[in-house]
Write a protein that binds this ligand. Structure first.
Ligand code: ASP
Length: 440
């Protein structure tokens, strides 16, 4: 049995958090591979080390001294080391970084040093071997990960060992450091789990899993116990954010379960994400068919009406082409007869609206083009909705009883979601109504 664990910034923020991490790792023999983030915030007004590193680079670029910012980074890591009573040579490491900065260290190389220093300290603290990410995580020239090469390298390096790996970065073909986008240590963890065919990828953070609804709207929403990759994709696309969005691909490919856990509440089972579940042992409560509720504001619908549009060959292609040429992603396309609507991001539409409307007029000669702004998209996502009659009916009645008007409706035949367009003003209330009706 092998478990790969990733600890996020809040789990690496202080000596006290390191102690929690060690207790978690030592509680289970099979927790042999640990991926870490840079130190995160200890409190709300605190700084993330990665932010400070980017700030240092910006200072250098503009020829402004970054001594005070670098001093904060230095102090934070030395404090963790000293409180843990470790003897890692951080002074030497920090001096080397400082010298490299004077010699024009790249932004990526500098940004990666948070993870690097965290991993050095954690390896020392756990008595595990430190394995630098540049030894196995290989990027191609285009910035994509060379999975085969990376997996083979890590397999060889990690065989029979207990190791700590810094997250967030790896090596370009010329050996230089390259980082993922922000939050990318999640991806490093997933790649390590896939490389080593781990039995589970445990992603340790500061919440007890993915919440069923936005906690800024619903008070203390329950965490989702089990969610499939498909459901998670639907939820995270529409705003439920716990993981970096590229995290799931490496583990999903190998069907490795991903478990989101809380370092501050290690007994909580968190959320398990897998390809599929045998739901026979799920709660018998048939009211609970929703896995999670998510949504986003800032949408607009462009509706094009023209008599005979439905039977006009190539009309829809022309419409799509116009949106494509303006670089605008079309997210949903609810239709009527002779009316075709495209739901797009409102703030992006604003910049190109006039040009789009004039091209629609020129190429399609529609009877009418209407734009409905201030829309929100709300999705009820749940694998238990599939094949069950009356789910939509119940969702619509719950919203209808509260006087919430539904502007658009979309469901694909997999039936894992019901997507609704609402006025932005109704959005928060709609989330609450669905939660109260089908979760609480
Ligand atoms: N430290 C990096 C960031 O803040 C990567 C990570 O924590 O996942 O974005």
């Amino acid at each position: 049995m092998l478990k790969v664990l990733k600890f996020g910034g809040s789990s690496m923020a202080s000596a006290a958090q390191y102690a929690k991490v060690r207790a978690i790792v030592e509680a289970d023999e099979s927790r042999r591979v640990v991926v870490v983030s840079a130190a995160g915030k200890r409190a709300r007004e605190d700084h993330k080390i990665t932010d400070l590193l980017y700030l240092c680079h910006a200072h250098m670029r503009y020829g402004v001294s970054c001594d005070s910012v670098f001093g904060m980074i230095r102090q934070r890591y030395l404090e963790i080391r000293d409180e843990l009573g470790l003897s890692t040579d951080l002074e030497g490491e920090l001096d080397r970084i400082r010298t490299a900065m004077e010699n024009g260290m790249s932004e990526a190389a500098l940004a990666s040093r948070g993870e690097y220093l965290s991993a050095l300290l954690m390896a020392d603290y756990l008595g595990f071997e430190f394995v630098d990410a540049t030894r196995w995580l290989f990027f191609r020239m285009d910035g994509s990960v060379d999975q085969l090469r990376s997996y083979a390298a890590l397999k060889e390096i990690a065989a029979g060992k207990r190791i700590v790996i810094p997250g967030f970065y790896g090596a370009m073909p010329d050996g230089s450091v390259h980082t993922f986008t922000r939050g990318g240590s999640d991806i490093t963890g997933a790649l390590a789990a896939a490389a080593l065919d781990a039995d589970i990828y445990e992603n340790w953070t500061d919440v007890s899993g993915i919440l069923m609804a936005d906690p800024r709207i619903v008070k203390d929403p329950e965490p989702i116990p089990r969610v499939t990759y498909t459901e998670l994709r639907e939820l995270s696309y529409l705003g439920a954010q716990v993981l970096h969005e590229d995290t799931i691909f490496p583990v999903a490919e190998k069907n490795i379960p991903l478990n989101i856990r809380n370092t501050n509440d290690p007994e909580h089972p968190g959320t398990i994400i897998m390809e599929r579940f045998d739901d026979a042992d799920d709660p018998a409560d048939e009211r609970r068919f929703i896995t999670g509720i998510a949504g986003k504001k800032d949408y607009a619908a462009v509706s094009i009406s023209k008599r005979g549009l439905s039977s006009e060959v190539g009309a829809i292609r022309k419409v799509f082409e116009i949106f494509e040429n303006h670089g605008l992603a079309v997210e949903y396309t609810p239709n009527g007869i002779d009316t075709f609507s495209l739901v797009v991001c409102e703030s992006k539409l604003e910049k190109v609206l006039h040009s789009i409307v004039s091209q629609l007029q020129e190429k399609l000669a529609p009877d009418e083009v209407r734009v409905k702004k201030d829309l929100a998209i709300l999705a009820a996502v749940g694998r238990r909705m599939a094949g069950r009659p009356d789910i939509c009916g119940r969702i619509f009645s719950a919203l209808g009883r509260e006087g919430i008007n539904i502007r658009l409706i979309s469901q694909d035949p997999r039936e894992v979601n019901v997507i609704l367009g609402l006025d932005e003003a109704d959005y928060a209330r709609a989330v609450q109504v669905l939660y109260d009706s089908f979760v609480k």
